[in-house]
Write a protein that binds this ligand. Sequence first.
Ligand SMILES: C[S@@+](CC[C@H](N)C(=O)[O-])C[C@H]1O[C@@H](n2cnc3c(N)ncnc32)[C@H](O)[C@@H]1O
Length: 239
Amino acid sequence: MKKIKPYNSTESKRSQIESMFDDISKRYDNLNQILTFGLHKKWRQRAIDLIDNNPEKILDIATGTADFAIAAKKLNPKSIIGIDISEKMIEIGNKKLKRKNLNNFIRLKIADSQNLPFEDNYFDAITIGFGVRNFEEIEKSISEAYRVLKKDGILLIMEPSTKNNKFLSFLSKFYFEVIVTNIGYLFSKNSSAYNYLSESVKAFIDGETFLKILDEAKFKNCKHLKFSFGIIDLYWAKK
Ligand SMILES: C[S@@+](CC[C@H](N)C(=O)[O-])C[C@H]1O[C@@H](n2cnc3c(N)ncnc32)[C@H](O)[C@@H]1O
């Protein structure tokens, strides 16, 4: 897979991603709402409904401003932890949790998907929303998710896609190249960030290749599902 980085080809992808999300953190939620026409909330709810093992402990990797972690509350777990490498995204997430009075129930932590600070076989379910294509090392992150999941624990991954539907693929390329980059720039004044968003979605691997990565990490019953005519990829896998 071609490695797309936000700013330059020399620095590590990880540090560029961290500073990019730090930079756009204050506008991230509003832009998410505008650029998905509010649909991201529905996608998260539908995705969470696929977690059918009554999880007690949930981990949300690349939690950002904690929207997926908040959506997971619906499953009535005992605890939810969100991790992210961007301090500023976590800061916004923590403010949101406080406003919603969820700060004692959902805990956010700075940590890297490639090196999770948790013991083996700890979580019952893991979610990763719009995070995977930003990882420097996808395989390492997936095997870390496997390590910290309990046996029969569920991994759920959501990513935007331009590859599932030929007709929509033309429209979504237009959407990402023209709409996302321009609206993103207008609101965030960070043209690299929203160019990166567009380029990284287009360059991301297709469903079959991603299923192979899950398979190689020893996940079982791996499934590729699609929402909204294939503009959203959902991956479901069991340890
Ligand atoms: C597009 S945001 C998604 C945020 C949130 N999950 C959501 O659904 O809105 C991607 C997030 O991934 C985080 N991220 C990127 N690489 C990471 C890594 N290696 N470990 C943890 N978080 C990472 C970024 O800092 C950013 O907050």
